[in-house]
Design a protein around this ligand. Sequence first.
Ligand code: WQD
Length: 340
Amino acid sequence: MKKVIVTGGAGFIGSHTCVELVAAGMEPVIVDDFRNSDERVLQGLAKIIGRVPKLHRIDCTDEKALDQVLKVEAPDGVIHFAADKAVGESVRDPLKYYGNNIGSLVAVLRSMAKHGVKDIVFSSSCTVYGDSDQLPVTESTPPAGAASPYGYTKVVCERMLRETSASDLALRAVLLRYFNPIGAHPSATIGELPIGTPNNLVPFITQAAAGLRERLTVFGNDYDTPDGSCLRDYIHVVDLAKAHVRALGWMGDQKAPLCETFNLGTGNGNSVLEVVRLFEEVNGVKVPHVIGPRRAGDVEAMYADTKKSASLLGWRTELSLADSLRDAWRWQLALAKGQK
Ligand code: WQD
């Protein structure tokens, strides 16, 4: 597979995946309307890969615009990242999530069908498991019912892909269930750029450590876990990006129709307080924090069984939680420098 359309390619995971696609000799073509990403990522990409990837500024729910892109680019496949992903916001504004996350996949699949593009890698999420009591979760762990409209859009999109790949379209689809992507490229030229107050733990930690936030609130320490705070599977975004290259390679050897799901995590569950402590230790900075009430919608623990992605994709994470937290802090410092 040579040329790949990367919808949402200007985003956190999308941009890091573009870097790994180029490193693997492929050509990413970014499709993004920058509603949730920042133009600065283009300069960062140019510094790492020597050029800004080809870019089409379009809304992925706009099928006609997508038709134009697929006609002009004639890609070998699509990686579909473009979606809204804030759990809390999705509860406040479910229609935005149903319209965009489901609408964009419908438009992408319709455009692919019209242009004979058969391969799609889909950005899914461990949120489809809901609050599972079977840990670590395997790909066949029954979804316990997504706890938010965001999580439910991923459940619906996965089903759409299962049914569409098995239809006359005979697609090859790979569904990648991300756990908690964190960190930044070691060059500190691309990383997470949350707009406004970060929803996620690690960007909040880096901003609190940098004095941009008064303090981190740890959402609950009364869970049934070793230190009372929630467990998550934090995966370095570069490891996650490399998994996409492996998935494309593996998919190329499979017969259509195909619809295969993979967990992308480290297989470890770390608590919020462990992450805070390790961040302080590896970076030699303090993270001002207090314990607060639980956050609605949080699950107590979630981490991956990684056997399937190891055996079929030959992929394992190579970077540690300490590497992720070090790279996240270096990125925060680079941002502060860039803003001076
Ligand atoms: C992690 C832990 C919080 C902020 C996210 C995405 C979801 C999916 C998986 C991609 C929880 C705690 C957080 C804070 C805190 N990713 N926390 N104080 O909720 O696991 O889900 O990753 O698909 O889309 O939303 O990640 O980083 O929000 O929270 O104590 O200020 O950190 O309670 O236990 P989450 P998160």
